[in-house]
Each structure stands twice: as C-alpha cells, then as structure tokens.
Design a protein around this ligand. Structure first.
Ligand code: URA
Length: 433
C-alpha cells in the first residue's frame, strides 16, 4: 500500500476502506508517512468529505493509537457528558453532582481552556486546594465512594488525533465535519464510558455557528458512537449568548453552586436538567423524560445535588468552606461597568467576543502557556430580549487592571441593541438519538 494512492483515491472522491485508514494512521504515528502527505489527504477529505463508515473507521483507529481508559472497576453504567465548547458553560458543575445524586457514577476527564472558551479544570482550580490530578486508583475509588470525580486529561488518549489536529490547525483543514466529529469522538471513546451525551452548541459563541451545521455535526457524532458500540445522544443547545450570567473561573463555580442551592432558574438550569435527564435515562436510572426531569429538579430542590458537590470538592482536597460561603472564592480588585449607549431591546450578542474579552482580562488563555487569573471575568447584567435605557449597565468587567477601555469596547460592541422588541432565545433546539 502507498500513501500517494490513498491521497489520489480520496482526491477523486472515492471511499477509503478500513485497511487504508489503518495504514495511514499507523504509519503517520510511526513517523513513516510525512506531514506533507497527510496534509494533502486532510485537504482531500476537506473537499470530498467522508462516508459515515469511513468516519467511524478513522475514529476507531485514532482511538487505537493510544490508551483506552478502563472504567470497569467502577460499578454501574458509566455515562460521559461532553460539550463542544462555549462561553460561560459551567454545566458540568451542576450535571455532575446532580446525576451523582441520582446514583449514577460520573468519572470525568476534562480539559483546560484555550481562546474564547473556558476549561472545566481551570474553573475547578479556583477552589483553594482543589486537586485535578489523582492517581488512577484514587480516581476510581472516589467515583465508587462519592459517585463523582473530575480530573485533568491524563494518559495518552487518541495521540493520532492530537497530531492530526495540530496539522489541521496549520493547513486550514480544521473546518471539516467528518474530521471534527472523528476528532471529538476519538477522545470520548478512549475515555472509556459506556454512553456519551453530547452537548452540541450552536450560535455565535460555538464552533458551529449555524443550526444546520450543528445538526450535521451532532448526527455525525451520534452515528460514530453507535457504530463503535457507544450509546450516544446529542442535545443541540443555544450558544448565541453566554450561558448564565457569569464568565470567568471562580465566578462560574459560584453561579453553578447558586443553581445547586436552587437560587436561580434560568437557561443554565434548563440545560443542566436536560443533559442530566438523558444521562440518567440512558443508564436506566429513570424510565422516561417526565420522571427524570421531575426527579432531577427534586434533587436540586432538596439539596442532595449540592451535598454531592461538596463531598466531591472535599474528596479532591478542595476547601469546602468556600462553597458554604461563596464570598470566599477569589474575586477581582475592580468592578468596571459597561454601559449601553442607546435605549432599546437586546437582539444579539456575539458570545465569542465576550469570551475573548474575558480572556483579555486574564480569565482565559491566548496561548497554551498563559496563566489564568481565577478571580477575573465578566458578569452579564443584560441578555437577549432584555430592555435597556441608555446609560444602563449591561455588563460588569471583574478586573485586576483599572485601564480596560479596549476590553470594555469589545463587550459593548458584542451587543446589538435595536428599538423593536426582541424575543428571549430558546435553550434547546433538538435532541438527536
Ligand atoms: N474540537 C476537537 O476536539 N476537535 C476538532 O476537530 C474541533 C474541535
């Protein structure tokens, strides 16, 4: 077999068979096939696409390129939740303890933030003392005892994806549906769960800006999951504005805890309940959607989910007193209001720009090496559908620098205000099974 023939076959719009896909992955990883040939193949895939079968084979062989986490010492059905990334997304801190309270074991590996999206691991580290590194045994023991553990990605999961992603990044081939779907699913499948619930974001702060493309990505990932024997469900959710009101690290933990305390009912609680419902139904904890949503709401209202969150924090060495008194979480030195220049209704928000503004304040990373400031971020005061008068505060910059005019402009420009009335956005668009 020769790589040049595989490239030509894909260039001509033909399908690759499993042997050809295995050949290219194995030899690329072995350093036998050079980057320039794989770049050409990625570009051919970008233009010609891949069938569902090819995409599943590609995923399978990216999984096989590294470790596969063995979660079998954890009792019960293991369900993972994965979000395709957004701004202000702190659902893991609600969904994790919530399904744990329902009796489902949650063994979660999460990543750090980069660019306009934040990372679960960075956010957890805003809790003083919290350890995101546990030995394998400790991870398993914590899940068996407390039903919930979250650690940073360890091991050598899908290294072929890592190598391919770095190449796609510099060859303008990231934006290919089968390549994105296989990339995400290879890491999820290698993480070892029995079932996978995907939160596919759509809108201005999402990887996929249109509902049509988000739906295609969701369908592609659900198909891959099924072909590789994982029960997979995708929820398509709105990311045309940040989720909740807080964007940052400590402030997102705070907002999630407030939801667990039952204090606020908004888009965030709706999405968390939706995701938790599919996780618990797929695992057989509840028999249908009505039972699941009413039981899960009850687990928030009776404080059981919050209790699980506290146990989880304590088990990973975090200071639980900050959860009991949220004012003890890191915060910023200055609170700088961003004001509306005109009266009207908020029609649109460029969520990715708000994520970028939070990153400039220090809440996120522009490059992998950047350090996070856990206390800074943005608090939204107004969201789509709200009415504002000129001079009203639409957002607050939680900053450690006093001079942040440019960042304030990014936030102000991210809002579109018009005279005519605007509707609130809906949260859940579709569920794909
Ligand atoms: N996220 C991933 O993990 N992979 C992609 O290809 C795109 C987004």
């Amino acid at each position: 077999m020769r790589m040049v023939d595989i490239i030509a076959k894909k260039r001509n719009g033909e399908s690759l068979d499993e042997k050809e896909i295995a050949f290219f992955i194995e030899n690329y990883m072995a350093g036998v096939i050079p980057d320039y040939q794989v770049s050409a193949l990625m570009m051919a895939i970008y233009y010609q696409g891949m069938s569902q079968e090819e995409t599943a084979y590609l995923t399978k062989h990216m999984v096989a390129s590294g470790d596969i986490i063995d979660l079998s010492p954890i009792k019960g059905h293991k369900v993972d939740k994965h979000s395709t990334g957004g701004v202000g997304d702190k659902t893991t801190f609600i969904v994790g303890p919530l399904v744990a309270a329902a009796g489902l074991p949650v063994a979660k590996m999460s990543g750090r933030g980069l660019g306009h999206t934040g990372g679960t691991i960075d956010k957890l580290e805003s809790i003083p003392g919290f350890r995101v590194e546990l030995s394998n045994q400790q991870f398993i023991d914590n899940v068996n005892t407390y039903k919930l553990a979250v650690v940073g990605q360890t091991g050598n999961l899908a290294p072929a994806d890592k190598k391919l992603y770095a190449l796609r990044d510099v060859t303008a081939t990231v934006d290919s549906l089968p390549l994105i779907a296989s990339s995400i699913m290879s890491k999820k499948i290698a993480s070892g769960a029995d079932s996978i619930i995907l939160d596919v974001k759509t809108g201005s702060g999402a990887f996929m800006k249109t509902l049509e493309n988000s739906k295609k990505l969701a369908e592609e990932m659900v198909t891959i999951g099924k072909q590789l024997n994982r029960n997979t469900i995708a929820v398509i959710s709105d990311m045309n504005q940040p989720l909740g009101f807080e964007i940052g690290n400590a402030s997102e933990v705070k907002e999630a805890v407030e939801i667990l305390q039952g204090k606020r009912i908004d888009d965030l609680r709706e999405l968390a309940i939706e995701l938790a419902a599919h996780m618990t139904i797929v695992a057989g904890v509840y028999s249908d959607y009505v039972e699941a949503t009413s039981s899960l709401n009850e687990l928030i209202d009776n404080g059981e989910a919050l209790k699980c969150f506290k146990n989880f924090v304590k088990a990973q060495n975090g200071d639980v007193s900050v959860i009991e008194d949220l004012t003890k979480l890191p915060t910023s030195q200055y609170k700088i209001p961003v004001k509306a220049e005109q009266q009207g209704y908020i029609h649109e928000m460029e969520a990715d720009q708000i994520g970028i503004a939070a990153m400039h304040l220090g809440a996120g990373r522009a490059t992998k090496e950047d350090k996070i400031n856990h206390g800074v971020g943005i608090t939204l005061k107004k969201k789509i559908g709200d009415f504002v008068n000129a001079g009203d505060t639409i957002a607050i910059l939680n900053s450690d620098q006093q001079q942040v005019d440019e960042i304030a402009s990014i936030v102000k420009d991210a809002y579109t205000i018009k005279e005519e009335k605007a509707n609130k956005r809906k949260m859940i668009y579709e569920v794909i099974k």
